[in-house]
Ligand binder design. Structure first.
Ligand code: PEP
Length: 246
């Protein structure tokens, strides 16, 4: 299918200037694995400095506002993030869907705004444990994806990240069969909306990915990379995941 693997770290609310050495080291690992697209979504305060030390990795943001400018105290527009040096942005992370009440419509609007500003997008979707236990995960997540997908979504600027909420930061991951079934279901859902473009769109797995499980997860046919939280905070922990994607 020719989809280049995409491995992205999400530093969440972690990282000070003293940690820029890790950005630099991860940039060097990225340079050693040119077949893999590697990036770090940094806290906004580090985007500018991180961009100067990113090596072969790209720098992304973790959220953006859906409007270009306005009276939104504390918010950042996609245009501002792009000017600071970001080339990607995460939208729809469950930590924002849940804690900030972001809706599917908000996420579609933020993703469209990001594209308008020239940013690439990682659009996150995922189910709660209750939904998984009820046997409804694939249907619920596919519906969530279609409701969050912006108009004109295309593989050259948007990737999807499947992140089961109960796997984020917990050390637990779904079975490989469950991941394979979910990614296949998401690709089929994408095909129903964007046709053949679905075959080109990357679908990442996220949730407790680490150096021990990455090779198995990344070997699944429809898994085109990873969105990595905790294990992306140091080059030592992130490098084995990048290597596994190569
Ligand atoms: C995330 O929050 O996007 C994530 C995948 O976190 P972790 O890898 O720490 O589970």
């Amino acid at each position: 299918m020719g989809r280049r693997k995409l491995v992205v770290g999400n530093w969440k609310m972690n990282g000070m200037r003293e940690h820029l050495g890790e950005v630099e080291a991860i940039g060097r690992v990225a340079a050693a694995h040119p077949s893999v697209e590697v990036g770090l979504c940094l806290p906004a305060t580090l985007i500018m400095a991180g961009s100067e030390r990113r090596g072969a990795a790209f720098i992304g943001a973790q959220n953006c506002h859906m409007d270009i400018s306005g009276a939104y105290t504390g918010s950042l527009s996609a245009e501002m993030l792009a000017e600071a040096g970001a080339t990607w942005v995460i939208t729809g992370h469950s930590e924002r869907r849940e804690a900030r009440g972001e809706t599917n419509a908000d996420i579609a609007a933020k993703s469209a705004a990001a594209h308008q500003a020239g940013l690439n997008v990682i659009l996150c979707v995922g189910e709660t444990l209750a939904v998984r236990d009820a046997g409804r995960a694939e249907q619920v997540v596919a519906d969530q994806l279609l409701a969050s997908l912006p108009e004109g979504a295309a593989a050259d600027w948007l990737a999807v990240a499947y992140e089961p909420i109960w796997a984020i930061g917990t050390g637990r991951i779904p079975t490989m069969e469950a991941v394979a079934a979910m990614h296949a279901a998401l690709r089929a859902a994408l095909a129903s909306r964007i046709g053949a473009e679905a075959d080109r769109m990357r679908i990442l797995y996220g949730g407790s990915m680490n150096g021990d499980n990455a090779a198995d997860l990344l070997a699944i046919a429809d898994v085109d990379g990873g969105l990595v939280g905790g294990a992306s905070l140091s080059a030592k922990k992130f490098a084995p995941i990048i290597e596994a994607a190569d």
